[in-house]
Design a protein around this ligand. Structure first.
Ligand code: AMO
Length: 441
C-alpha cells in the first residue's frame, strides 16, 4: 500500500525545460506525471512530464536512499509526483541532463490498466481517445494542437482589436433563433420557452448602431442531427460585424485575418508544427472569388447533377474541393432563397443576395454578407421565410433607432483550426466535443 502525501511546503523551483547541463549540482524541486518508467533492477529510469516537456530522472540503489528508491519503484505510469533532486550531466540522456532524486512525494497514483497509451506508442481509435480525453491529451500530438489553437485564438483577438473592433458578449439564452428552427435547442426559462443561441447574429448587427465595429468569440449551439466530421452541437464562432461597409469589405478583412494567423504560426509555432508534421498552406491575396453561378456551371460541366437555386449538398461541396486547386477561396452571390432572412438581396437582381462563404477545400469555414438594414424589408424577409415577425419584435424595434448599413461574418473557429492543421475530424481540435452521440465526458 503506497501512502499518498500532501504537497506540504514543497513548491516548484524549475519546469522541465529549465533543467539544463549548465545547472549541474543545483538542487531543484519539480512536479509532474510519470510518463514512462523503466525498472532495470538496480537502476530505474523515469521520464517525468510537466507542462513544458519531459525530463529524465535516474535512480540507482547507490545514488538514492533505500526508501526513496523503493518509492520510485512503486510508481505507475501517469502517477502524480514531486521530486527533489540534483541536476547532473549525462550524455546519453535527452538534452544531456538528468536529475538524481533525493526525495519523492507521491501526490496521487494512476490506476492501471490505463484505457490508452499516453506515450502515443500504441495508437487508439478516436472514440477511445475521446472517452478518456484527459489521458489522451497527455500525448504530445493533441497537446500540441491545443497549444496552436491557443495561438490562433490569441492572434484573432489581437488582429481584430488592433483593427478597432470591440469585443462583445451577447446572450446564450434567447427568445428567437436567427439560423433556422431545425437546429434550435429548447430550454425551459422559468415559465417561458427559450432557446440556446445558434449565433450572435441579431445582437452583433444591433450593436453596429452603437460601436460600429464589433467582434465576438463564443460558444454557440446547434441541434445538428447529422453525425459528420465537420459538425458539432457546440462550436466556437468568431463573429465580426461592421457599420457602413458591404460584404466585399469584410471579405478583405477575412483574407487579412487568414494571412495574419498564418504569419503568426510561422513565426511562433515552428516546433509545434513539426510535431504535427504540418506544412502551412501558401496563400496569395486576393483569394479567388467564384460566384455561386460559376460554381454551379463548374459542377455541371463535370457531370454533377445540380440545379441553379439549390443549396449545395455535401457531395457537391466535395466535388468542388476536387475541382478547385486553391486551398482557400470564396463563393459569392448566393440565391436569396437559400440564405437567412438577414442577408441583403441585390437591389438590381433580388433573387441573388450579397452573401459569401469562405472555403477551405470542400469545407465552409465562414459565412457572411451584407445585411438587410431596412425594417420594412427585414419584416418582409421574415415573412417570406415563414417566420413570424412578432417573434423578432425585440430586434425589429432597434431598426427604429437608426440602423446603419452593415455587413459581417461568422467563422467556425474549430473548422478554421482543423483547416490550418489539416486535421480530418473536427473532434481532433476540440477538447470535449459534443455531438449527437456524445454528451460525456
Ligand atoms: P453559419 O450558420 O454558416 O452562419 O455559421 C458560421 C460558421 O460557423 C461554423 N459552424 C459550425 N461548426 C461546427 N459545427 C456546427 N454545427 C457548425 N455550424 C456552423 C461554420 C460556419 O461557416 N450568422 C451567420 C454568420 C454571419 O452571417 O455572420 C452564421 O451563423 O464554420
Amino acid at each position: 500500500m503506497v501512502d499518498i502525501e500532501s504537497l506540504g511546503d514543497w513548491r516548484r523551483t524549475h519546469y522541465s525545460d529549465m533543467i539544463t547541463p549548465s545547472l549541474r549540482g543545483t538542487e531543484v524541486t519539480i512536479f509532474g506525471w510519470i510518463q514512462d518508467l523503466r525498472d532495470l533492477g538496480n537502476i530505474i529510469f523515469v521520464t517525468l512530464r510537466d507542462k513544458e516537456g519531459l525530463v529524465q530522472i535516474t535512480a540507482t540503489s547507490k545514488n538514492t536512499d533505500a526508501e526513496t528508491f523503493a518509492k520510485i519503484k512503486s510508481l505507475g505510469r501517469q502517477s502524480t509526483v514531486g521530486i527533489k533532486g540534483l541536476i547532473a550531466e549525462r550524455s546519453e540522456a535527452p538534452k544531456g541532463v538528468e536529475l538524481i532524486p533525493k526525495e519523492v512525494r507521491i501526490l496521487n497514483l494512476a490506476v492501471p490498466p490505463l484505457p490508452l497509451d499516453p506515450t502515443g506508442r500504441v495508437p487508439a481509435e478516436i472514440d477511445v481517445r475521446l472517452d478518456a480525453r484527459v489521458l489522451d491529451l497527455r500525448r504530445p500530438e493533441p497537446q500540441t494542437i491545443f497549444r496552436i489553437r491557443h495561438e490562433v485564438l490569441a492572434g484573432i483577438r489581437k488582429f481584430l482589436s488592433e483593427k478597432g473592433y470591440l469585443e462583445i458578449h451577447t446572450p446564450r439564452i434567447i427568445a428567437a433563433g436567427a439560423e433556422g428552427g431545425a437546429t434550435l435547442f429548447t430550454v425551459e426559462y422559468f415559465d417561458e420557452k427559450a432557446y440556446l443561441a445558434q449565433s450572435p447574429e441579431l445582437y452583433k448587427e444591433e450593436l453596429t448602431s452603437v460601436f460600429e465595429k464589433v467582434f465576438e468569440i463564443g460558444i454557440f449551439f446547434r441541434a445538428e442531427e447529422s453525425h459528420t466530421r465537420r459538425h458539432l452541437n457546440e462550436f466556437i464562432s468568431v463573429d465580426v460585424e461592421e457599420a457602413f461597409v458591404e460584404a466585399r469589405d469584410v471579405m478583405v478583412l477575412q483574407e487579412e485575418l487568414l494571412v495574419s494567423i498564418l504569419n503568426r504560426l510561422t513565426t511562433r509555432c515552428q516546433e509545434q508544427l513539426e510535431v504535427l508534421q504540418v506544412k502551412l498552406p501558401n496563400v496569395h491575396l486576393p483569394l479567388v472569388r467564384y460566384s455561386y453561378s460559376e460554381v454551379i456551371d463548374q459542377l455541371k460541366q463535370n457531370d454533377f447533377k445540380v440545379e441553379w437555386g439549390e443549396d449545395l449538398s455535401t457531395p457537391a461541396y466535395r466535388a468542388l474541393g476536387d475541382l478547385h486547386k486553391e486551398v482557400f477561396y470564396f463563393i459569392t452571390e448566393w440565391p436569396t432563397k437559400v440564405r437567412p432572412f438577414y442577408i441583403k438581396p441585390k437591389a438590381e437582381r433580388p433573387e441573388i443576395c450579397d452573401a459569401f462563404d469562405f472555403m477551405y477545400e470542400w469545407i465552409e469555414i465562414t459565412s457572411g454578407g451584407s445585411r438587410v438594414d431596412s425594417k420594412q424589408q427585414l419584416t418582409k424577409r421574415l415573412e417570406d421565410q415563414g417566420l413570424n415577425p412578432e417573434s423578432f419584435d425585440f430586434h425589429l424595434s432597434t431598426y427604429d433607432y437608426g440602423m446603419p448599413p452593415h455587413a459581417g461574418w461568422g467563422m467556425g473557429l474549430d473548422r478554421f483550426v482543423m483547416a490550418l492543421l489539416r486535421r480530418e475530424n473536427i473532434r481532433d481540435v476540440v477538447l470535449f466535443p459534443r455531438d449527437r452521440l456524445r454528451l460525456k465526458p
